[in-house]
Design a protein around this ligand. Sequence first.
Ligand SMILES: [Zn+2]
Length: 341
Amino acid sequence: MVRRLPLVLAAVTCLVLARAGEVVSTQAPAGDSQTVWPPRLTAPAAGDVQVLPVQGSVYMIVGAGANITVHAGSEGILLVDTGLASMSDTVLAAMKTISTRPLRYIVNTTEFEDHVGGNAAIADTGEIIPFREPNYTAGPQGALDTTKASVISYYTMFHRLAGPTGRTPKIPELGWPDNTYSIDQKRLYFNNEAVVIMHRPSNTDGNSIVFFRKSDVVSVGDLIDLTSYPVIDVSAGGSLDEFVESLNRLIDIAVPAANAAGGTLIVPGHGRIADHAEVVYYRDMMTIVRDRVQDLTKKGMTLAQVKAARPTRDWDRRYGRTTGPWTTEMFVEAVYQSLKK
Ligand SMILES: [Zn+2]
């Protein structure tokens, strides 16, 4: 019972936030012919998205692939991730129900298609703030291109997204990050708010999380996936140890309000808005799975034996999948490979 508490509290938080959203817009989120505002608490249907106010200047678009975070204010819009390519028009329409000011920045948390698919089409509709980016040179053409939004990512993500010369890149060049960083964090002051983009490796070596300091919201990408076990792409530098370390550092940032609920809010890569208690639960799950798999491999067990021991058994009903692109078995295998490294 005690273990279920964070889930219940998070659900209550969502309800309260959804009601607070009435001040934001009286329009139904785009792509939906029905009147749906204030937002429903069920997941949007396929091809449909839902706009949720998170807290402060931060909103979330759900249903276009990965969750998209929208930070809106007087200077314009910053997006965290862009969803699937096929959803770009719907995402743009939903974004405009939050603010009609120009899109200035896109931050990508990871290079997976459901996070970056919309980069090209969506960046193309924006414009940078030229005086903010004195060294801005866009793309291989080298020309100053102010007619698109600036796309920010950790540099290793850019390399994988663009791909080696001669190979087809994962997304059109227009959507490639043109504003990469290679240190621990990149900071912006945007819409009267400190926006801190932090390198926090998890399912690859190039993940970023974005901390909106005044709104007190952290958009964390795949560092948290509340719909399944997290993807760990070992070939892209994903590591379970880094994952746990990054979750611990997120716990350092997130401050709970009374009764351990609310306070700093977390926009996960997938699933509902979370809070401190939920991050702690997720960290505990990842840590226990890691320790179990480590113990089993130390005993000399093979991958098949580790899988048979079901190291994830306590969470399978919540996160487990037997079908689809990322099953429990694939997760255990990735954990095993990551620890072997
Ligand atoms: Zn994801």
